[in-house]
Write a protein that binds this ligand. Structure first.
Ligand code: NOJ
Length: 517
């Protein structure tokens, strides 16, 4: 386990819209480098960069054309190397985004694979053995190449799936076992991609769709796990300080397979959704635990989380996120104060937390945008960072019509500059909670988590992390609970509270972190 994960706080940067250093309307690596001091000022000591590789951008870069080249729009490989170096000088680690499951249909490997003449890449993707073969349970692109066969895709039709084989073989004419040399060659090719960027200075990878390499496997995905275990062994031997964090959302399986951390994502009916995003499907009313309306149920989250946490103890981390580039920002449903409390909670939990760029100032989800580069409903979460009230909110010097996506020009659009001077801003609150996390080991990745008060449909929610008690009342009503601890003044605090007669009374919309004395 890389030691630095014990106190890592990540910042996710969507490179297209973070900071445009050359005035062409799109963010770039030099722009990110210019903002490293800002990232540091947040207390974040690690960055996850969404894909920066050469790509036709049919899925915002998750369609890699060349794994070994930085996309022209972001700069050069030299810029990436320089960014890693400068980040390290400032004590910041950088994870790239590894997209192992599919490529762009413009990738050289795929162009060779399409060739009807047998070659080294013929088996790098998943092809049926004739265009007349397209079993409906699979997602194929049919009849568009000279090669006589249809190819399987992972996500959009421009993203052919790389061949890691099938667990349960239903069509033996074209489905291969994961042990087939074509499939093991794919694994080796992906290891080489990782080595290339690690040698250049990156610190590891967030791994896209990590659970879906081997096809036709359910449940614990044993064949996909074997591949990751093999890759982790390579890392342990060759790059022991490198971290891999999975988009899997099943830590019991992914951490067992060798990932150092796994994201807790917004999935149907899961604990993360109960915390921050649940809605009543009929009425549209928010029923999330962190909504101020108090309709949430903390036990629904804990049921899942405690089981995952206990089962994975010592094996790796669960990563709470404020949001990511695939999910509407919380401010779509929450007021700034609700979001402030919810975001603070993210940094008070065990594991390795992630802050999505712009959440630290409460950026909004932009409604009604035309889809950009395969973003669709995700486009509204990807708008330019709002630095100040200058041109394009300080994101870019380009004319507004040339921007990658429009900036929020609303009168109430938050900016970094304004929030820096307001002690109660979301920005200063996030900085404060992260600094408290850095100060006390009990509040970091490995710190314990013990429930003190959590009753079905009731508030507040109280838990203990080592010598600290954390009490949360996201609702707009006063809430109280039995309380038997004697505590110092809070080290972090939103709203008001008092403790008397073995009771804690939490005023509306409050959160407290207190050291037991
Ligand atoms: C998950 C990524 O987060 C998302 O943005 C992308 O579109 C899909 N995987 C496909 O790579």
């Amino acid at each position: 386990m890389p030691n630095w994960l014990k106190n890592a706080v990540f910042y996710e940067i969507y490179p297209q819209t973070y900071y445009d250093s050359n005035g062409d309307g799109i963010g770039d690596l030099k722009g990110i480098e210019e903002k490293l001091d800002y990232v540091k000022s947040l207390g974040c000591n690690a960055i996850w960069l969404n894909p920066i590789y050469d790509s036709p951008f049919k899925d915002a870069g998750y369609d890699v054309r060349n794994y070994y080249l930085v996309a022209e729009r972001y700069g050069t490989n030299e810029d990436a190397k320089h960014l890693f170096k400068t980040a390290h000088e400032k004590g910041i680690k950088i994870l790239l985004d590894l997209v192992p499951g599919h490529t762009s249909d413009q990738n050289e490997w795929f162009i060779k694979s399409k060739d009807p003449k047998q070659n080294e890449y013929s088996g790098r993707y998943i092809w049926t053995d004739s265009v007349w073969e397209a079993p409906p349970q699979y997602k194929f692109v049919c009849g568009v190449t000279d090669r006589d066969g249809n190819y399987l895709v992972n996500f959009f039709s421009s993203q052919p799936a790389l061949n890691y084989g099938f667990n349960n073989i239903t069509h033996s004419a074209w489905q291969k076992s994961p042990a087939d040399p074509d499939c093991t060659a794919t694994v080796e090719a992906m290891k080489d991609v990782m080595r290339f960027w690690l040698d250049m200075g990156c610190d590891g990878f967030r791994v896209d769709m990590a659970d879906s390499l081997v096809k036709n496997e359910d449940g614990e995905k044993p064949e996909t796990c074997k591949i990751w275990r093999n890759i982790r062994n390579m890392l342990d031997k060759e790059y022991p300080e490198a971290a891999i964090i999975s988009e899997w959302c099943n830590p019991k399986v992914s951490l067992g397979a060798g990932f150092h951390a796994d994201f807790y994502l917004d999935h149907d009916d899961n604990g993360y959704r109960h915390l921050f995003r649940e809605k009543n499907m009929k009425t549209g009313e928010c029923t999330a635990i962190f909504s101020k309306n108090g309709k949430g149920d903390i036990t629904k989250f804990l049921e899942e989380y405690l089981d995952d946490l206990n089962e994975t103890k010592g094996k790796g981390y669960i990563s709470f996120i404020t949001c990511n580039h695939d999910t509407p920002r919380m401010t779509r449903m929450f007021t700034p104060l609700e979001a402030k409390i919810a975001y603070s909670f993210v940094f008070l939990m065990p594991g390795v937390p992630f802050l999505y760029y712009g959440d630290e100032i409460g950026m909004k989800y932009a409604e009604g945008l035309v889809s950009k580069e395969g973003g669709f409903s995700r486009t509204g979460t990807r708008t330019p960072m709002q630095w100040n009230n200058g041109i394009n909110k300080g994101f870019s010097a380009a004319p507004p019509e040339k921007l990658y996506l429009p900036v929020d020009t609303g009168a109430d659009a938050p900016t970094v500059e304004e929030q820096e001077s307001d002690p109660d801003s979301i920005l200063n609150t996030i900085k404060k909670v992260i600094s408290v996390r850095h100060k006390y080991e009990d509040l970091q990745s490995d710190g314990d988590f013990e429930v003190i008060y959590a009753e079905k449909g009731k508030y507040p929610f109280i838990f203990k992390r080592g010598r600290f008690i954390i009490a949360v009342n996201p609702t707009d009503k006063e809430q109280s609970a039995p309380f038997e601890y004697s505590c110092d003044e809070p080290v972090f605090s939103i709203g008001e509270f008092c403790i008397k007669n073995n009771k804690i009374i939490m005023l509306p919309q409050s959160i407290k972190v207190m050291k037991i004395n």
